[in-house]
Design a protein around this ligand. Structure first.
Ligand code: FES
Length: 112
């Protein structure tokens, strides 16, 4: 099990993204590889997660952030952006979350 976890980690790939400035409390959606990823700045920390709601595919970047919980603009599903877990429905499936960091002014997101 442990070994699998390690290999899994090695597979993740840091991808450069052009997100521009993301101010504190703001969210931006950017294409990363084949998917749209939302990147939120919460108190100076960057959090990257699926932009696509698992309920009916609305853009979560257009929703409202309450601390570390994002609320979908369409039907109000809420997800924890650190774990991806559903906090409130109607969505039942979690979203994917990704590591994000800034390096020399360049934003990087870890895709698996
Ligand atoms: S599409 Fe997000 S709650 Fe329905």
């Amino acid at each position: 099990m442990e070994r699998e976890g390690k290999e899994h980690h090695l597979m993740s790939e840091w991808v450069k993204v052009e997100a521009g400035e993301i101010g504190d409390g703001e969210i931006t959606a950017v294409p990363v590889g084949e998917r749209m990823v939302a990147i939120a700045n919460v108190g100076g920390n960057l959090h990257a997660f699926d932009d696509v709601c698992t309920h009916q595919h609305c853009s979560l970047a257009e929703g409202d952030l309450d601390g570390l919980v994002i609320e979908c603009p369409c039907h109000g599903s809420q997800f924890d952006i650190t774990s991806g877990e559903v906090v409130n429905g109607p969505a039942t499936e979690p979203i994917d979350v990704f590591e994000a960091r800034e390096e020399d002014g360049q934003l990087l997101v870890a895709l698996e």
